[in-house]
Design a protein around this ligand. Structure first.
Ligand SMILES: NC(=O)c1ccc[n+]([C@@H]2O[C@H](COP(=O)([O-])OP(=O)(O)OC[C@H]3O[C@@H](n4cnc5c(N)ncnc54)[C@H](O)[C@@H]3O)[C@@H](O)[C@H]2O)c1
Length: 307
């Protein structure tokens, strides 16, 4: 059992905890003595098909095997009332809720010019709306008890970029804005909110097409990043040891941890008489161009092997 984190006897709701990264997080909380609500609807990667309670039950069995306590919520994060029922379940089962980890997710990767509204809406609903619904439901007990911690899973697909993921990237960057707003609005109640961009070989990343030898080699390297390697950072952020840490974006990549910067002006130009399009081209562009961020993919920036 991990001691000194102040998480013993606390209650964490972890969405999408039936597998992958969420299961690793649920187990790490259980090791810290935290009681866990395993929320998962057990759907396919694309979020469609039959729901199954088997993945969540497997996580619960793993938690019980190490002496932990867990209940299962099979409610979808992507519906307002269902998300509220998950938080109510935490309150009914354990009498409190101290941590919410917004981790549930689906993928509908399609090149932009072929992306349908249904691909867009499904991904926004689970990731962005789901994170809002869950956070908003938990905001009430957090406020009443004068404290709580949110950890939301973002992605370098949104923070940096990726092909064929306009829906996912928009949702994941939206989550960063949501987290920062929660951090600002709820600090008066002692509530903290942070984001983690995880790296893991899970069913989500195993869907990445790997056709060229270079892509196949990259996939082999990624397989070393097991889902549970992301969990210590998430549990730390939810713990008393992270007091004062709020509104930040971190990443975990095998044995490396990262702090991301935030959007701030990086160059400015001023014209006493105002600007015309031609003047912008003549004077502002040369000043800005040197500081442009290239349109890179996550893999261009994280180009080294996981170490
Ligand atoms: N795997 C990675 O490298 C990676 C990278 C960046 C971000 N992420 C993010 O980390 C999180 C976990 O990813 P993963 O790789 O473990 O994926 P995963 O597909 O293995 O797990 C996602 C879980 O969410 C559940 N889920 C889907 N829709 C749901 C809904 N409406 N309500 C409740 N549960 C639902 C699924 O049943 C599944 O068990 C996601 O938010 C993902 O976007 C993952």
């Amino acid at each position: 059992m991990t001691v000194g984190l102040g998480l013993e006897g606390k209650v964490a709701v972890i969405t999408g905890a039936g597998g992958g990264i969420g299961r690793g997080i649920a187990l790490e909380f259980a090791k810290a003595g935290t009681r866990v609500v395993i929320n998962d609807i057990g759907v396919s990667l694309g979020g469609s098909g039959e729901r199954s309670s088997a993945p969540a039950e497997e996580t619960r069995a793993m938690i019980e095997e190490i002496g932990g306590q867990a209940v299962i919520s099979s409610e979808s994060v992507s519906e307002w009332h269902a998300a509220r029922r998950t938080i109510e379940m935490a309150m009914d089962s354990f009498g409190q809720v101290d941590v919410v980890v917004n981790n549930a997710g689906i993928l509908r990767d399609v090149i932009f010019h072929k992306m349908d509204p249904s691909d867009w809406e499904a991904v926004i609903n689970v990731h962005l709306n789901g994170s809002f619904y869950m956070s908003r439901a938990a905001a009430e007990p957090f406020r009443a008890q004068g404290g709580g911690a949110f950890v939301h899973m973002t992605s370098t697909s949104g923070l940096i970029g990726n092909f064929g993921q306009a829906n996912y990237s928009a949702a994941k960057l939206g989550i960063v804005g949501l987290s920062k707003s929660i951090a600002l609005d709820m600090s008066r109640f002692g509530v903290r909110s942070n984001c983690v961009a995880p790296f893991a070989w899970s069913r989500m990343t195993s869907s990445i097409p790997a056709t060229t030898p270079e892509e196949q080699a990259r996939v082999e390297r990624m397989k070393r990043m097991t889902p549970e390697t992301n969990a210590p950072l998430v549990v730390f952020l939810a713990s008393a040891a992270a007091e004062g840490v709020t509104g930040q974006v971190f990443a975990a990549r095998l044995n490396e941890l990262f702090l991301f910067n935030a959007m701030r002006p990086i160059r400015s130009v001023q014209s006493g008489g105002g600007w015309t399009p031609a003047l912008i081209a003549e004077r502002a562009l040369p000043a800005f161009r040197a500081a442009f961020t290239p349109p890179e993919r996550s893999g261009d920036v994280f180009s080294w092997d996981p170490i």
